[in-house]
Design a binder for this molecule. Structure first.
Ligand SMILES: [Zn+2]
Ligand SMILES: [Zn+2]
Length: 434
């Protein structure tokens, strides 16, 4: 695939630049703007006790990595790293995502995962979406062959809202770095220095899987079904990332772009940390093989690295499948004054991704083939950090069993009760907000 070679080229370019800079910087070199450095591999040490400071791309760090007390999701009180990063990649370009016309080549667009495969989003791919998805309503381009692309911050916000503005159905959705407000792409991770295994792995109800060594977020799976339901496409770039206005640039697939910590043996390189502190490694080892010993979370143990994960193939729209350890926290921005108590509401459940067009919503905005969602439940789902579908499925038919639903959703029953709208008789004539 073209994406691969370009990625390899850009990685090679980065390494070359670092090498050249290192070689050319003599003792009297100007040091006010140090080049980004990736430390040499320290693979003889067990990665779980390896300080991350030396592994992150220096320019990706907003402040030095510090250590502080924290409470993990399982209630364990321990010490954590505080890692504040800029989520805009400084080691590779962001985009392109949407091609401009139906004759554009794959150079002009990104990628899209479908049924385990990765497709180049080139002009013909966009032109043929109706046959690809066997649905004649797909029509992302005008008669002259130009593709309808969200051009402004307002357009990208409108198209990425859960309740997609009708005007932005049949659009290729992309937000640009220039659309981000200042500071929007800064994120803070508080993750355990020594990860704490839990007896039963946890499913995701959080706002991040982890962080790459360039500072970019490894995000939860993109809500592709919701995106497609509104006849929108929100491609990833060739590095597997795209932008939303709240989270900044984030990855949904690993195609080999973030910095790698090479291992001394044939093991796959390290690429980041999961939110539970266990390190993330690439999928394939130096022989191009995937480990056969992965557990249900995509993790395994070896004597050199301890417990660690291997990320999934890019077509899966995911990285790992669950958290083996108790997770720490992710804060938007620098999280000034915020301590990590992962058992507390608010951090326990992250805000869901903004880039989930096609949500059910108000009257007439229902999803084809699905029952309309009553007013207030979209907001409740957002507050709880789950999708509306997940919330409705957990609640089932009224009268709701909140205890059972809370367990299913991995939230506290009080949180659920607070989030839900009052029963209908208490809000006569109320209308959902558009
Ligand atoms: Zn996304
Ligand atoms: Zn491994």
């Amino acid at each position: 695939m073209n994406a691969k070679s370009r990625i390899r080229l850009s990685l090679l370019g980065l390494i070359t630049i670092i090498f050249l800079v290192m070689v050319s910087c003599g003792k009297d070199a100007v040091t006010e703007a140090p080049p980004p450095t990736i430390s040499e591999a320290t693979s003889t040490k067990v990665a779980v006790t390896q300080a991350p400071s030396s592994l992150f791309l220096e320019d990706g760090l907003v402040t030095d990595i510090t250590e502080e007390a924290c409470t993990l999701s399982g209630g364990t009180e321990t010490m954590c790293y505080r890692i504040t990063v800029t989520s805009i990649p400084l080691d590779h370009e962001a985009g392109p995502w949407c091609p401009a016309t139906i004759t554009d080549t794959d150079e002009a667009g990104g990628i899209w995962p479908e049924s385990g495969e990765v497709y180049d989003v080139d002009g013909p791919f966009v032109e043929n979406l109706d046959t690809f998805y066997e649905d004649g309503n797909w029509q992302l381009y005008n008669d002259d062959g130009t593709i309808r692309v969200t051009e402004s911050a307002e357009a990208c916000a409108a198209a990425a809202r859960p309740n997609v503005d009708e005007a932005y159905q049949n659009y290729c959705v992309q937000c640009l770095v220039s659309h981000l407000e200042e500071g929007a792409a800064v994120n803070t991770y508080v993750i355990p220095i020594t990860p704490v295994e839990q007896a039963t792995p946890t499913e995701f109800a959080r706002n991040s899987i982890g962080v790459a060594l360039n500072g970019v977020t490894f995000e939860l799976p993109a809500p592709t079904a919701d995106i497609l339901r509104a006849y929108t496409l929100a491609p990833f770039d060739d590095c597997g990332g795209h932008i939303n206005l709240n989270e900044g640039y984030h990855y949904h697939a690993h195609t080999g772009c973030p910095p790698e910590v090479e291992q001394a043996d044939t093991h796959a390189p390290m690429i980041g940390y999961a939110l539970d502190g266990f390190p993330l490694y690439a999928r394939l080892d130096k022989n191009g093989e995937e480990s056969t010993g992965l557990d249900q979370c995509r993790g395994e143990y070896d004597e050199v690295r301890g417990y660690h994960y291997h990320v999934a193939d890019p077509g899966s729209n995911s990285f790992i499948t669950c958290f083996k350890g108790e997770v720490g926290c992710k804060f938007d921005g620098v999280g000034a004054g915020q301590l990590c108590d992962a058992t507390a509401m608010g951090d326990r459940l992250g805000r869901p991704e903004e880039d989930r067009p096609g949500g059910s919503g108000g009257p007439g905005g229902g999803r084809p083939g699905e029952a309309a969602v009553p007013p207030g439940f979209d907001e409740a789902a957002t507050q709880l950090g789950v999708t509306t579908d997940e919330l409705m499925a957990a609640l089932g038919e009224p009268p709701f069993d909140l205890e059972a639903a809370a367990v299913t959703l991995n939230v506290m029953v009080e949180e659920l009760r607070d989030a839900l709208p009052p029963p209908p008789q208490q809000q006569p004539g109320s209308l959902p907000q558009g």
